[in-house]
Write a protein that binds this ligand. Structure first.
Ligand code: CDP
Ligand code: CDP
Length: 210
């Protein structure tokens, strides 16, 4: 069984890298951020307050089809996800689902914020993906333009900084580099180069474990 943990802040490229690693190693992949996004969106739909733990907890048994809702991908829902994910009860409600996915026969790749620290601290390989705030905001800007949106660079930078601060400073499972993780800064890397480097880092960690 091979478990690979990929963590990092918003738009660092961790999802792209996790999916490429999944193809390379023939493993299933889970974007754990989608679970928190689904909780955030269902609080909104229920007219609840994302900062209120009881409202956020009530949204944790969302219907599975919500995970395919394109609305989950917006930066607004990313911010909601970041607000509901502060509550320890919400994190606890989503832990087992993530651990079950990680420990399926053969193993898995998960990307998120706390995979290497909390969900799978004994993962066989851990990568912490990062990039400068400006590069990350620029990626979100380009994505929004490509999807016909009218993004504003200054508000994207402000949203990403606010999310970074909240994710790094919360009491439960804050975003930080896990023990044993390798850092991969994608600021100046093409997607192809980032994927090549990620595979090399994972190969070296798996080799070191043998
Ligand atoms: O794709 P992006 O990095 O923008 O966000 P995401 O991975 O979909 O995560 C959305 C929010 O969910 C994050 O800002 C975190 O607050 C929260 N999250 C978390 O707390 N733990 C995880 N394992 C994954 C996401
Ligand atoms: O999962 P996360 O929010 O960390 O990022 P992502 O969804 O993998 O990547 C965000 C955007 O940046 C996507 O449009 C990627 O194609 C792009 N990207 C990039 O331009 N260069 C990289 N080295 C990685 C991702």
């Amino acid at each position: 069984m091979t478990i690979i943990a990929v963590d990092g802040p918003a738009a660092s490229g961790k999802g792209t890298i996790a999916r490429a690693l999944a193809r390379h190693y023939g493993l299933p992949c889970l974007d754990t951020g989608l679970l928190y996004r689904a909780v955030g969106l269902s609080v909104l739909k229920a007219g609840g307050d994302p900062d209120h733990e009881a409202d956020a907890l009530a949204a944790c048994d969302f219907d599975a089809p919500l995970l395919d809702d394109p609305a989950l991908r917006s930066e607004a829902v990313g911010s909601l996800a970041s607000r509901v994910s502060v509550h320890p009860g919400v994190r606890q409600a989503l832990v087992q689902r993530q651990r079950d996915f990680a420990t399926q026969p053969g193993g898995a790749i998960l990307d998120g914020r706390d995979i290497g620290t909390v969900i799978a601290p004994d993962a066989d390989a851990k990568i912490f993906v990062t990039a400068s705030v400006h590069v990350r905001a620029r990626r979100r800007y380009d994505d929004a333009l490509a999807h016909g949106g009218h993004p504003d660079m200054d508000s994207l930078i402000a949203d990403i900084q606010a999310r970074d601060t909240r994710d790094m400073s919360r009491d439960h499972a804050p975003l930080r580099m896990a023990d044993g993780a390798d850092l991969l800064d994608t600021s100046d890397l093409t997607i192809e180069a980032a994927i090549r480097q990620a595979i090399a880092l994972v190969d070296a960690q798996l080799e070191g474990r043998r």
